[in-house]
Design a protein around this ligand. Sequence first.
Ligand code: SAM
Length: 350
Amino acid sequence: MESLPECLYQNGDLSDEDLKTLIETNQYDQALFALAAQRRKEYYGNDVYIRGLIELTNFCKNNCYYCGIRRDNKNIVRYRLTDEEILSCCGNGHRLGFRTFVLQGGEDAYYTDERICGIVSEIKRLYPDCAVTLSLGEKPYASYKTFFDAGANRYLLRHETANPEHYAALHPEEMSQENRKECLWNLKKIGYQVGSGFMVGSPFQITAHLIGDLRFLQQLQPAMIGIGPYMTHNGTPFKDYPNGSVPLCLRMIALLRLMFPYALIPSTTALGTAHPQGREMGLLAGANVVMPNLSPVKVRKLYELYENKICTDEEAAECRGCLQRRVASVGYQIVTNIGHVKPRKNIGKS
Ligand code: SAM
């Protein structure tokens, strides 16, 4: 009889009960990681994609209970990057071989739709060989559409947790899981390559929630799935909750690779913060993307979603070099091609 990891490798799916067994015990880890690595190799060889992360702003109107840049954290210095600074990060990144720029930030009204469209179309004009990814939170359909028409290719919006009660335990009342999911469906409808995902080990999370996350992702079928351990921050109501577990996060990466073989799965900064070799272990468990930071060093520490975040002192070139070595140390190679951008008629329109 086939083992559970083999069944998952063969069928790309398992019953909730069998997933529960895989999630809750470490006895299958070795087989799980080996099969996930094999599947990843079949789809992607040894390639690891890089995405240059630019953290636009740490102002945020939201008050998520887990996040260090939440509105009510009065103990951080807030910053915003100017258009010139953002373009300069892209120029630097382009010289270093980046062909995807991810513009991420808190939900900050300063970045109006018009401003975002101006930035996106300028990046596409200057670097027509690049993809632009946005990760700016929940917006109305019309805003997502104008960003797309300005040239944005991809949008990252983690669903955080697919369970409504768990979502309500992680967020204040004014935020709703229904709206977040609707945003994801709208992004898909518009034609974005969508990235979603969740935190592993967030407060109150149980196995059933993780299985619910996998089931939701099966409906959504996102191009990218980003997961990382929940990491605590002193300036949040969750300051006394422990960090998420690294082994559990690795197990979830392997499950994702076997259930979503085509997916882009980043080995995240949170994983690298939780363990010194976290990102390497993530790659070995099935991840195939790394996202080095291209933000100006002067603001890096201020985009503190959680404490002790790594890579806050290094220039982009050092970050890129360090990750290149880390990726090579586990037998993979960074590739600089654009990676998985569906041809679009209006690509590069500005
Ligand atoms: N505002 C955008 C949004 O809501 O999607 C993007 C910025 S938000 C800070 C990016 C991601 O950071 C969130 O989706 C969340 O999963 C992650 N994050 C926030 N606080 C975290 C924490 N304490 N530990 C781990 N990840 C965290």
